[in-house]
Design a protein around this ligand. Structure first.
Ligand code: 16G
Length: 246
């Protein structure tokens, strides 16, 4: 069975722009599980032939689904149905490491990278005295081309030589400075994305998400990180291994 039969697409059938109809059929096939998470799609040339549409129409339909996070493109490897990311809730890993472990590339877009003084809230959370200098890193986190999360980190200034030192991974920079956290406390809460946040992630306002607050500590007990991670609810599963008590 070729993909056109699998997803029930006939270019002669239905109304409205062809790329839109194709996009709808593909979306339906992904959402109903006809196309499985992590499944590779045939090459664009084969796909266009199978579906009896032009490469331009196909590309437009695929672009829409990539933009919505239902498909992702891996350079040199092709187009895949996006899988939900299983994130361990018991390992102290970084976003970059989580993505690399899944063969996905990660990058960030900066919203803010600045130096400032600790706020009253932060000073409580980090156990710092008022006025202590901190660095703030606010980022949109991407996996391949998909915006996955918003992250707002506050790091006491003693932990890094400068704010500018953080380019890719925050944990890599902390590691290089010898201040990567070795222990953390996390708190998780269900949230709805407001309009501004939704716009940054390219999703609809009111979409569900998970807010994870991590406080990371050094061996000697000093807090070295406070991060609010706003993860897309449609992209993540949180997994933890539990052991019997006693
Ligand atoms: C993860 C952490 C976040 C940390 C970031 C560092 C959770 C819930 N949050 O997103 O606390 O600051 O990774 O990532 O896991 P990076 O090293 O790639 O910048």
């Amino acid at each position: 069975m070729n993909l056109a039969e699998q997803i029930g697409f006939d270019p002669e059938e239905g109304r409205g722009p062809l790329y839109r109809r194709l996009e709808d059929r593909l979306r339906h096939a992904i959402e109903s599980g006809v196309l499985k998470p992590e499944q590779a799609l045939p090459s664009e040339r084969d796909l266009a032939e199978d579906l009896a549409v032009s490469r331009i129409t196909l590309r437009k339909a695929l672009d829409g689904l990539v933009g919505n996070g239902l498909l992702h493109r891996r350079q040199g490897a092709g187009t895949f149905v996006a899988g939900r990311v299983e994130k361990s809730f018991s390992k102290l890993t970084s976003f970059s490491e989580d993505m690399a472990a899944r063969g996905r590339s990660s990058r960030s877009e900066w919203i803010n990278r600045a130096e400032g003084a600790v706020t009253p809230d932060e000073s409580l959370m980090l156990g710092l005295s008022p006025g202590t200098p901190v660095y703030r890193f606010h980022r949109i986190r991407y996996a391949d081309e998909l915006a996955m999360a918003l992250e707002y980190s506050t790091i006491p200034a003693f932990a890094l030589p400068s704010a500018g030192i953080v380019r890719g991974s925050l944990y890599e920079a902390l590691n290089a400075a010898g201040t990567r956290p070795v222990r953390a406390l996390q708190r998780l809460r269900a949230v709805l994305f407001d309009e501004q946040q939704a716009a940054l992630l390219g999703i609809e306002a009111g979409a569900p998400g998970l807010l994870i607050e991590r406080r990371g500590f050094l061996d000697d007990g000093r807090a070295v990180e406070m991060t609010q991670s706003w993860y897309r609810g449609d992209a993540y599963d949180f997994v933890a291994e539990l052991n019997a008590v006693g």
